[in-house]
Design a protein. Structure first.
Length: 311
């Protein structure tokens, strides 16, 4: 499911909820109108609303008719209560008062829809909720003491600020274990998810497993399985080099993924414990040349202390 489908899915949920509320309120109104006294007052209220709609804004009758309308509504509520019906039962109870469950306010996405979409994006992102880091978790003391790490931190921030319009949209983080590569990847992922970009965070092992699953599935199901890898706004692949290496499948699948995302201008960030020479030895020049394409990729070496907040 791509981002457009996710947004549409969340809009459909809001629409269904609104439709159910409108049906409930209308059903309760029909029940209330079976009460003769309420029906009489309701007819008077509707007639008065129609009269008000025909009045000019400067008309002196507006204040008088508005007062009459409020009196009618008050009488209706009393009749309802006397018959064991709550006045709110006739109202549509919107879950969001800003947009009345339409998802948009003045042509802009409402905060309620943004929140729902973000939760859906996070659910599909592959990020473990127990490992969700953001830029605020970086240890400022370490950054102040290490200019190199500070530059990496600032670069990652700038990358997020410019996304998806970075001149070199692809990144390769490489270096030894425990130098903060995965941590910073999660910071980038969370920052972009907060801006409603569709980010998929996965491992090289899971990428290979997903692609094998797709090509062993019926053709009609392949697009659904592969969509997150190929259509996400950003694909983050952690721990390249730890996956099982099967030359006939692993290399072909990795090349296909990297090549297709570059061909379709879909950013890719990869982390690995392997240096460029080791990448060449393990995967061959065809994958290395795509992964380290200087026109589209910035490679950053991680070394020394981890950026994450010390406990």
């Amino acid at each position: 499911m791509n981002k457009k489908q996710i947004i549409q899915d969340e809009l459909n949920k809001l629409s269904q909820k609104l439709a159910q509320e409108e049906i409930r309120a209308k059903s309760n109104l029909l029940i209330a109108r079976e009460i003769p006294e309420f029906c009489k007052l309701d007819n008077q209220r509707r007639k008065l609303i129609l009269e008000l709609s025909k009045q000019l804004p400067t008309s002196k009758e507006i204040a008088s008719k508005t007062k009459q309308l409020n009196t009618l509504i008050s009488k209706q509520n009393t009749v309802l209560k006397n018959n064991g019906i709550s006045p709110t039962a006739l109202q549509v109870n919107y879950s969001c008062k800003k947009c009345n469950d339409t998802g948009y306010v003045d042509g802009q996405m409402c905060t309620c829809l943004k929140s729902n979409v973000q939760h859906a994006l996070i659910k599909q992102s592959g990020i473990n909720s127990k490992l969700q880091y953001d830029f605020s978790k970086c240890d400022k003391k370490i950054l102040d003491a290490n200019e190199y790490l500070s530059k990496i931190y600032r670069f990652a921030h700038k990358y997020c600020d410019n996304f998806p319009n970075n001149p070199e949209p692809n990144l390769v983080f490489f270096g030894e274990v425990g130098t903060g590569k995965t941590f910073l990847l999660e910071c980038i992922a969370n920052e972009l998810l907060s801006k409603l970009f569709y980010v998929v965070f996965t491992t090289a092992y899971d990428v290979c497993a997903t692609m094998v699953k797709a090509f062993n599935s019926p053709y009609a199901e392949r697009e659904t399985i592969l969509s997150p890898l190929f259509e996400s706004d950003l694909l983050i692949v952690d721990d390249l080099g730890t996956e099982p290496l099967f030359h006939e499948t692993t290399l072909t699948n990795l090349f296909t993924l990297i090549n297709e995302r570059q061909r379709n201008n879909k950013p890719l960030i990869v982390s690995t414990n392997l240096n460029p020479e080791q990448i060449d030895e393990r995967y061959g020049n065809r994958i290395k040349s795509r992964l380290y394409n200087k026109r589209t990729t910035i490679a950053i070496k991680f070394e020394g202390v981890d950026l994450r907040l010390k406990k």
